[in-house]
Design a binder for this molecule. Sequence first.
Ligand code: GLC
Length: 572
Amino acid sequence: MVSNWNKEEIICAGKSAEMRSKMADYKKSVVYQIYPKSFYDSNHDGLGDLRGVIEKLDYIGELGVDYIWLTPFFVSPQNDNGYDVEDYYRIDPRYGTMDDLEELIRGADRRGICLMLDMVFNHTSSRHEWFQKALAGDEKYKNYYIFRKGKGGKEAPTNWESKFGGSAWEYVPEMDEFYLHLFDVSQPDLNWDNEEVREEIRKILLFWMEKGVKGFRFDVVNLISKGEFADDMDGDGRKYYTDGPNIHRYLKELNELTFGRDAEIVTVGEMSSTSMENCFQYAGEDSGELSMVFNFHHLKVDFMGDEKWVLVPADFMKLKKILFSWQEGMEEHHAWNAVFWCNHDQPRVVSRFGSEGKYWKESAKMLATVIHGMRGTPYIYQGEELGMTNAGFTHISQYRDVESLNHFRILQEKGLTEGDAYRILQIHSRDNGRTPMQWEEGANGGFTDAVPWIEVNGNCKEINAAQQRMDGDSIFHYYRELVRLRKKYDVISYGSFQALDEENPSVLAYRRTHEGQELVVICNFYEKEMDWKSPVSLQGFQRLLGNYEEREAKDEMKLKPYEAVILWKKAE
Ligand code: GLC
């Protein structure tokens, strides 16, 4: 692998002019997710910002990705780090200005990269002008949200629970009514059944499309269509509003009247507790809804059912089964997956399914291989390409996330000791993925020279971008290579998927085929060496990439700890 690259070569790594012109081909694309608050602080206030992203564009260009998904930077009280939007048309001054954003769009474009914005339309901030007017009694705006009378007075209209803990309803004494908030109390849900709300949302999208934005990620978008408001006798209420009655109609309408008018725009919906059948439509080739979907079922294999705030070892067989069934099911129905391990809501994958110890590097590369060989558009979350690990926080004062802070309290109210509550947070808190990007070994990992809004992981001395960019054998360079391979080999981007050796308790393997080309991906998920016998002949295959030195393609192999290898055979 390359270790001595020159600057010109890396600016648009792996992308020829011809490839750049095919940008809307999301099947060949890779997306890099930036959580601006934790990416790079350019103005010394301890918070990352848009100019920080501009300054790091060469780094992102080196990876060879096609899109940058920026999590919300709109005006917001930041109760949920920007997922509580107060004004969809303005940029929060803490992140920068409209000029900065425009400069970022141009700078990214020069590197063949498009911007994907994160649109939060299930709810607004309670500080949004619409909600403020609703509270002031304006009927028009009251109908923008979901207000209901309580049961027999002050009891919530239904027993639904907020995703961040507690009731999903908040009582407003002046109105003697409750409003619905599926997330924090400061995030009231919008009423999508009101045509005026849908029109406001279309206006917002058209505004950002005019700015040259070429992608949208829609936050928890499968929760926008509420069904019946009834008590849930055996759950937390999600069955009444997940993939709700008008969801496909609303998405089709949005597509038709906004982003569907620009063939270059790529869209991804974040689908909470969704079903595959619904995703066939959300991301179906001809369904006129979205380009692709995130689902989270594979990231619940260390939950107890849907309950996240528990300690349960990850179930590898379940993980495989879910990944494979989504790969096969979506393909069969001509629908497209977003494939990923990490984002700003998830713990770091190397800590979760790999190893922070002796095989840190091998396991991070192995996990990357699993995702990047699959059928779907891969997403890389900032720092994942460096093998960044969980935060390792030991005191509640280090945590910032509203969900973690709520559950730390709720767990203890339920009778857990403080120590147990800490152990659960250390594994599941969203702050694990939110510690600042580790740029270099110096103070605060080079993220800021002020006090960072959330602590930098102490291991920035060992894990940082500066070091890995210079090391051809690093996780960073491995990711670059994975991105390059997707562009070079059609079998990776378009190939059909077939699971291999499904019952194997340690190895995750699959085959991809496309116009005579074949690809076989073999990943040992564990530290223990494994004898592996391929169920398909590997004769004539050559190694494209792996996390150990040369490996010959044989039908029987001894796989090393966390070994991953991608084998390829060209058409006869
Ligand atoms: C999504 C976001 C998450 C946010 C929630 C509410 O799941 O990814 O960060 O808290 O929606 O907007």
